[in-house]
Design a protein around this ligand. Structure first.
Ligand code: SF4
Ligand code: SF4
Ligand code: FES
Length: 346
């Protein structure tokens, strides 16, 4: 079939522009094979990365029709099926013989572009290094032979171990676009990989590190884009949620940060009343149960404005569905406590 590729080009000498290429291609071939065909037969100056051509190395991640994907994984037909199944209308270019399917190709987002579809990944690797992505056995006497794991302990690492560091999740991450210090979904998925490893004995230092500021798990806005974009099923958001659960279980109340209090207060209040009592929520999160005077002080202007506009909630009525909400929260807590990692022997 005839297809049209609209490729965003970029070079150091000029602003980005879009170049259009038409080619004859079998629907079963991949986007990468089409890019090769364009480069070899039409325009040798087109730059893109590739290596394994088999979903292993992670080099060929680009944006295809508005979302990050591996060029060597997606076939033309799969992409057309995806577009027709989604709410997006597939694009087409008009020719003398009718309209032909069009594929819009761009470099990944959240990375500086070097040339065309090739991006600079230095920050991506630096962010990964920030979570200390190696199993730590420091402070433990080294066994004569190797550290053994049960098959079930090893299986627990399979999902996160599938990460090929392609950058697709990083490209689509809203927090990465908004918070420069946020380490990104790839790094936090790796952070959970080492946290969940029964051979690692740095759990509490890691949890302190990952909860410190918006560079860690609390920088994530839970937009779900990383789970959707990941071509390997790593589901970074699920791993971030697991780290948050570990932090909540292991952090004693007086040492809570505001982000931890926010999460804990929300769950506690919804459990008590079916929905949030906003007066107690503010006092707990910002006031830290009357321990944080600066936080309490910051609530006063808001309280005055609410009083002036007649919006101050003087009373609170529990929701009618409180008992159903409560049992839901209980069952989630039970599941979380069963799946939480056992303490390491040191
Ligand atoms: S869920 Fe969090 S980490 Fe994943 S893409 Fe959204 S903001 Fe980024
Ligand atoms: S988590 Fe998925 S999308 Fe992100 S770098 Fe790893 S394989 Fe790529
Ligand atoms: S070329 Fe290696 S993952 Fe696509």
């Amino acid at each position: 079939m005839q297809v049209c590729f609209q490729i965003q080009r970029q070079s150091s000498e000029r602003a980005p522009w879009v170049e259009t290429y038409r080619l004859e291609a079998n629907p079963s071939i991949t986007i990468l094979e089409c890019l090769n065909q364009i480069k070899w037969e039409q325009d040798g100056s087109l730059a893109f990365r590739k290596n394994c051509r088999n979903t292993i190395c992670g080099s060929c991640a680009i944006r295809v029709n508005g979302r990050a994907a591996l060029a060597c994984k997606e076939t033309l037909q799969e992409e057309l099926d995806r577009l027709s199944a989604s709410s997006f209308t597939s694009q087409s270019a008009t020719t003398e013989s009718g309209s032909i399917p069009t594929f819009k190709i761009q470099p990944m987002q959240n990375f500086p572009v070097i040339k065309d579809l090739v991006v600079e990944m230095g920050e991506f690797w630096k962010n990964l290094a920030q979570v200390d992505p190696y199993v730590s056995t420091a402070g433990r006497s080294i066994p004569e032979r190797e550290f053994l794991q049960l098959p079930s302990e090893r299986e627990a690492l399979d999902q996160v171990g599938n990460c090929i560091l392609c950058g697709a999740c990083y490209s689509e991450c809203n927090s990465k676009a908004a918070i420069p210090e946020f380490v990104g979904p790839h790094a936090l998925a790796k952070a959970y990989r080492v946290l969940a490893d029964t051979r690692d004995n740095a759990t509490s230092a890691r949890l302190t590190d990952y909860t410190r500021d918006l560079s860690g798990v609390w920088g994530c806005t839970r937009c779900f884009n990383c789970n959707t974009a990941c071509p390997m099923g790593v589901a970074p958001l699920d791993q971030i949620t697991r780290i948050k659960s570990e932090i909540l279980v292991q952090t004693p109340e007086p040492q809570e940060t505001r982000a931890i209090r926010h999460r804990r207060a929300m769950v506690d209040l919804v459990e008590q009343g079916g929905w949030i009592d906003e007066r107690r929520f503010g006092l707990r999160v910002l006031g830290n149960r009357f321990r944080d005077f600066k936080g309490l002080w910051s609530l006063i202007p808001l309280g005055i404005r609410m009083l002036q506009r007649g919006k101050f909630p003087f009373s609170f009525a529990a929701s009618e569905g409180t008992s159903a909400v409560r049992s839901l929260i209980h069952s989630i807590k039970m599941r979380e406590s069963k799946s939480s990692k056992p303490e390491n022997p040191s």
